[in-house]
Design a binder for this molecule. Structure first.
Ligand code: ASP
Length: 342
């Protein structure tokens, strides 16, 4: 996680009744009414936008779309058009949304459109399709009243991109060497100079007063990725999965690892077979780690899940993953995820 870009203190220009990041809850709370959970501490921004919908008895789908709009509007944040560009300097967005009836919509490699989750919802609700990419996704957005934005990088992203351009290489070297030694080509992992992981994806899952679940996932993807690269976030069953009989899950981290195991679908299936949300996330993390335990030390993946009873949980490969839960009193509480590696 890029703590500079991710820090709550950086994001808290707006006065909201948030819990500070350093007041992490040790134990995952269980909700008894509507509940909304979002990845990371910046989930406080998403949850604050989703909560009024849920509190008034609104639909989980509307709540998660509001969560997406709020975080995609935050130019200081990590996703949306304020996110880091690809290695050619263009911000490309990936997002999806899924409702209680297993309707879903997704867009990927979308440029210069501010609210990819809303485009995905429009696709879901007005066409027979579930996934549009690139120029076609942009064309669909424009035809449906979305505005074409300038394509200019945010000041933060511009600074980061210029810094990256000095070396313009994928990191960490150890990961590339490892993959090459195993006969793979170079890869685009996301590790920062300070050793932390540059992951930002915002996923939100909501359970409404009627007991229905919905979710969304939105990202600008891995910073300085190869042009055209798409990660897990817009892929139903990888970055997001909702099954209204069982529960829902979302993910953040190195998308390729999540795609390989159909990560969030796996989490939901573990819950279907009796695991709690945290156990289910842990089992999915173990599935990823066990593919190659040595290499797993070089990347981050975090899963976040909720079941029909409103129980929530998370688990990650590396320490540092967190999520925000809002229920009852409407205040966002940041909870640290347990992790495979200490
Ligand atoms: N999951 C995102 C991707 O692979 C990256 C992230 O979480 O930062 O595109």
């Amino acid at each position: 996680m890029n703590t500079n870009r991710r820090s709550f203190l950086r994001l808290s220009a707006i006065a909201l009744p948030f819990t500070r990041v350093n007041q992490l809850f040790a134990k995952a709370p269980v909700a008894s009414g509507p509940v909304v959970i979002s990845t990371w501490d910046s989930g406080q921004i998403s949850n604050a936008a989703a909560w009024p919908v849920l509190e008034k008895g609104g639909r989980a789908l509307d709540a998660v779309e509001q969560a997406a709009i709020a975080i995609e509007n935050d130019i200081n944040c990590c996703v949306g058009l304020g996110g880091n560009p690809d290695r050619d300097g263009h911000v490309t967005l990936d997002a999806c949304i899924m409702d209680e009836k297993s309707n879903c919509g997704a867009v990927a490699f979308l440029e210069r459109i501010k609210h990819p989750v809303s485009v995905a919802r429009k696709l879901m609700e007005t066409t027979p399709h579930v996934f549009l990419v690139g120029a076609g996704a942009q064309q669909f957005a424009l035809a449906n009243g979305f505005k074409l934005e300038s394509g200019k990088l945010s000041p933060d992203a511009d600074k980061e991109y210029k810094k990256w351009l000095k070396k313009a290489e994928y990191k960490p070297v150890i990961n590339i060497e490892h993959r090459q030694s195993k006969g793979h080509g170079p890869f685009a992992p996301a590790r920062l100079d300070d050793g932390s992981f540059n992951h930002d994806t915002m996923g939100t899952l909501a359970l409404d007063a009627k007991g229905d679940l919905s979710g969304m996932c939105t990202t600008s993807g891995m910073g300085f990725k190869m042009r055209g690269r798409v990660g897990d976030s817009p892929i139903i069953g990888a970055g997001l999965f909702v099954d209204n009989e069982v529960g829902a899950a979302t993910s953040s981290g190195q998308g390729e690892e999540v795609i390989r195991v159909a990560g969030t679908h796996l989490v939901v299936e573990f819950m279907r077979n009796g695991s709690s949300p945290e156990e289910a996330c842990k089992k999915a993390v173990e599935r990823i780690v066990n593919r190659d335990p040595a290499r797993a030390k070089t990347f981050q993946v975090g899963f976040l899940a909720i079941n029909k009873q409103g129980e929530v949980g998370a688990y990650s490969v590396q320490p540092g993953f967190a999520y925000t839960i809002t229920t009852g009193d409407g205040k966002g509480k940041v909870v640290a995820s347990k992790s495979h590696f200490a």
